[in-house]
Ligand binder design. Structure first.
Ligand code: NAI
Ligand code: ABU
Ligand code: NA
Length: 504
């Protein structure tokens, strides 16, 4: 077992490069979901603190030490942050697991990804210098034009608890690379590592106000950020209802938003796969990794009828092998869900599925050997029909529902039978078929013969009710840039649109 006695730092809000007590001095308890114990507390920001942070961010943009930096200069800060994250990886990973219930293995992998994401956007920040000013050929002798890529301004980043630091960094790294000043509002359910990012920024000497971190409740801290007149953009990852509230608040000021809102992603398994075990493991990984708390989790298995029985048999065998334990225990592969509320919600989905006539093939309860903590067994549900809640709604827990199909057309129809459109996976060795599915899936992310691998270089986001806009890749950077066209009249001739007074 890793050292569970890592002290939980008692932090304040990180504003203008300093730790600052919230104006109202309120704090929120930190709960370890594996033990249900209170292990510390975080500051609770309110509208007053949002005002102070926005002011600090505005000042940063107006100061030369941040507002006039080149991409290459900002890249140095990003690389310094990446190096610090790696230096502190073990402590950060433990804190992430204590706060969110994520297995230590996954928390450590997240810290590598966090550092990798800062490194990746450092590269894009450097490349931005040569792309900052792009001439545009107008086929005109009278005009000369170019396009500037400039930082968008002050941006609000509102992020969830499922990958507490990583989801924040998917937005923080490109925002800083672009030269914006950012205000991060992480989830109140898991904020520790985001506050530690504040300490890292302080240690590496990031110019004050370039990144501000406000922990607090959604409506009290996130709400005022979304509706603040001096915040130029909101980038949000989280639930549909909250995304909709943020968009409504932002719309009053015609403030741009990008929304990443989760889904009910399908994984389609065909009978031509060579190896049932390989497909079974990807299917499991697609729904049980991070205890199913993944926006792109492939939570609907759509399996070809003639292999369904053999495939389900393999799935059950693999599922029985999953070690469920305290996330800090070695080889733990499934920790608790994040909170009491999420635990109740997941169990309610399972009991509703039962009352609607579905069969709980395995799991469905808390594991017998764990008396405390928000643990839910990995659960597979069959005899599902398309009108059931379990088929339609995002559970955000370790719950897979299963349907069978006979024909390819039927599989496509089932896969797209959702209001969401984030991810979709197909398992088949037929290349042409995979191409047909790539075209037919109504989503932003397609996985072929795998589920969930994620790379900094690739765009991340969905369509339909999964939201719009893209994190990661060059698209993640574009989110935080203003595109400005500059047109210069270079001719010595007059415009000659109006009658000249000299000809009167
Ligand atoms: N797509 C995804 O990645 C995620 C989806 N979810 C889904 O959402 C459900 C609810 O979980 P929550 O933690 O309540 O998610 P949420 O969407 O309410 O929270 C995400 C972020 O939004 C903030 N927020 C909440 N209300 C706000 C408001 N009125 N204005 C501005 N910011 C606000 C929260 O404080 C947090 O930082 C989960 O059960 C899960 O199904 C949750 C987290 C991530
Ligand atoms: N593997 C990263 C998933 C990100 C998300 O849940 O939004
Ligand atoms: Na927590």
């Amino acid at each position: 077992m890793a050292n569970r006695n890592v002290p939980i730092p008692r932090r304040q809000l990180y504003i203008g490069g300093e730790w600052r007590e919230p104006v109202k001095k309120n704090r929120i308890p930190i709960i370890n979901p594996a033990t249900e114990e209170i292990i510390g507390d975080i500051p609770a920001a309110t509208a007053e603190d949002v005002d102070i942070a926005v002011e600090a961010a505005r000042k940063a943009i107006g100061r030369d030490d941040w507002g006039s930096t080149t991409g290459a200069q900002r890249a140095k800060y990003l690389r310094a942050i990446a190096a610090k994250v790696l230096e502190k990886k073990s402590v950060l990973a433990t804190l992430e697991s204590l706060d969110s219930g994520k297995t230590l293995y996954e928390s450590a992998a997240d810290m590598d990804d966090v550092a990798g994401c800062f490194e990746y956007y450092a590269g894009l920040a450097e490349a931005l210098d040569s792309r900052r000013k792009t001439p545009v050929n107008l086929n005109s002798d009278s005009y000369k034009s170019y396009v500037l890529r400039e930082p968008l301004g002050v941006v609000g980043l509102i992020t969830p608890w499922n990958y507490p630091l990583l989801m924040a960094i998917w937005k923080v790294a490109p925002a800083l690379a672009a030269g914006c000043a950012a205000i991060l509002k992480p989830s109140e359910l898991a904020s520790i590592t985001c506050l530690e990012l504040g300490e890292i920024c302080r240690e590496i000497g990031l110019p004050s106000g370039a990144l501000n971190i406000l922990t607090g409740l959604g409506p009290e801290a996130g709400g005022p950020l979304a509706s603040h007149p001096h915040v130029d953009k909101i980038s949000f990852t989280g639930s549909g209802p909250t995304g909709s509230k943020i968009m409504t608040a932002a719309a009053q000021l015609v403030k741009p938003v990008s929304l990443e809102l989760g889904g009910k992603s399908p994984i389609v398994v065909f009978d031509d796969i060579d190896n049932l075990d390989i497909a079974a493991e990807w299917t499991l990984f697609g729904i049980f990794a991070n205890t199913g708390q993944v926006c792109s989790a492939t939570s609907r298995l759509i399996v070809q009828e003639n292999i369904a029985s053999a495939f389900m048999d393999r799935l059950l065998k693999w599922t029985k092998n999953i070690k469920i334990s305290d996330p800090l225990e070695e080889d733990c592969k499934l920790g608790p869900v994040v909170s009491a509320g999420q635990y109740e919600k997941v169990l309610k989905f399972i009991s509703n599925a039962k009352s609607e006539g579905a069969t709980i093939l395995c799991g469905g309860e808390r594991p017998q050997h764990l008396k405390k903590g928000y643990y839910v067994q990995p659960t597979i549900i069959t005899d599902v029909n398309t009108s059931m809640e379990i088929w339609k709604e995002e559970v955000f827990g370790p719950v897979l529902c299963v349907k069978t199909f006979k024909t390819e057309e039927e599989a496509i129809e089932l896969a797209n039978d959702t209001k969401y459109g984030l991810g979709a996976a197909v398992m088949s060795k037929d290349v042409k078929r995979c191409e047909r599915f790539t075209k037919a899936f109504q989503t932003g992310i397609i996985w072929i013969n795998c589920s969930q691998p994620t790379f900094n270089q690739l765009p991340w986001g969905g369509k339909k009710r999964s939201g719009f806009g893209r994190d990661l890749g060059e698209w993640g950077l574009e989110n935080f840039l203003n595109i400005k066209q500059v047109t210069e009249y270079t001719s010595a001739e007059p415009l000659a649109f109006y009658k000249s007074p000299s000809k009167n």
